[in-house]
Design a protein around this ligand. Structure first.
Ligand SMILES: C[S@@+](CC[C@H](N)C(=O)[O-])C[C@H]1O[C@@H](n2cnc3c(N)ncnc32)[C@H](O)[C@@H]1O
Length: 265
């Protein structure tokens, strides 16, 4: 299997937030084995003037500060190697003149597309992705209108900054790239990968405080184990997230199994 590396450019005012997560576990291993490259770009380095100011008061008044457009545009354009201008009024022209248009420039915002496993698969298809982390009240609107190519939210709640959102996306995406997980099939059965929640897992000992591991898992009968797991995944999804079943691809016998469940439970 071809294993090529994925490159993330992360634009942030607080690069220190990324230090420990990138030095541990799967992200560290992916970096060490050359499958992941993360470049952190401090937006402040691109701010002009002695004080390198990156935020300002909102026009129209109100509380909080807004991230200024100049340092964010300058950081992204310098790193990705293009320049946007108001002369590029239409998006098609901008896309042609932007040499790196195959790199999504993603603004992290609670107003963006909801992040989920399907979106993680979509992003894992790119070799390079740029993530822009906001702070304070968020970004000057011109960053959203004229620089970002996509906007993503990690959920319907508000964080103080985009850094944790960037780490969530980085983690979920990189484990889908070939070679990153020790077990190449590891992500196939994961919850949400195929539209269902995953089946329950057990490990040794076979009995713990009187609680037994289900007999079928000790049987060594592969076909029976597979069937049990699929039924457990269906049951669990039906109990916890029934709305997921509406979009899941199910066989006739799986639908019949769910029908039986709803009559029994
Ligand atoms: C305090 S929030 C600003 C929220 C903004 N005032 C609003 O209501 O849409 C500061 C920054 O945190 C990040 N952020 C907050 N919640 C987020 C979420 N659910 N998903 C992604 N990024 C988020 C964004 O980068 C945002 O610019």
């Amino acid at each position: 299997m071809l294993q090529c590396h994925m490159h993330f450019d992360i634009f942030t005012l607080f690069p220190g937030i990324f230090e420990s997560p990138l030095r541990e576990s799967m992200l560290k291993r992916a970096i060490d084995s050359g499958l992941l490259e993360v470049q952190l770009h401090n937006i402040r380095d691109y701010a002009e003037g002695r004080h390198q100011v990156t935020d300002d008061y909102p026009y129209g008044g109100g509380g909080g500060m807004v991230m200024k457009p100049e340092p964010v545009f300058s950081a992204v354009e310098t790193v990705l190697g293009f320049e946007m201008s108001s002369a590029m009024r239409n998006e098609a022209e901008a896309a042609v003149r932007q040499p790196n248009s195959e790199i999504p420039i993603i603004l992290l915002t609670p107003q963006g597309r909801p992040f989920n496993q399907q979106l993680a698969f979509e992003l894992a298809g790119y070799d390079r992705v740029a993530l822009i982390c906001g702070r304070y009240e968020g970004f000057d609107e011109r960053i959203r209108e004229h620089l970002a190519t996509d906007e993503i939210s990690i959920g319907d709640y508000v964080l103080t900054g985009g850094e944790l959102a960037a780490l969530v996306i980085l983690d979920a995406v990189i484990r889908l790239r070939p070679g990153v997980l020790g077990d190449p099939t590891g992500a196939v059965d994961d919850s949400h990968a195929g539209g269902l929640l995953e089946y329950p897992h057990y490990t040794r000992p076979p009995e713990f405080r009187g609680w037994q591991v289900p007999e079928v898992l000790l049987s060594g009968n592969h076909a029976k184990v597979e069937r049990w797991r699929r039924e457990q995944a269906l049951r669990r999804t039906w109990l916890r997230r029934p709305e997921l079943l509406e979009r899941a691809e199910l066989t006739d016998s799986e639908r019949a199994f769910l029908q039986q469940l709803s009559q029994k439970e």
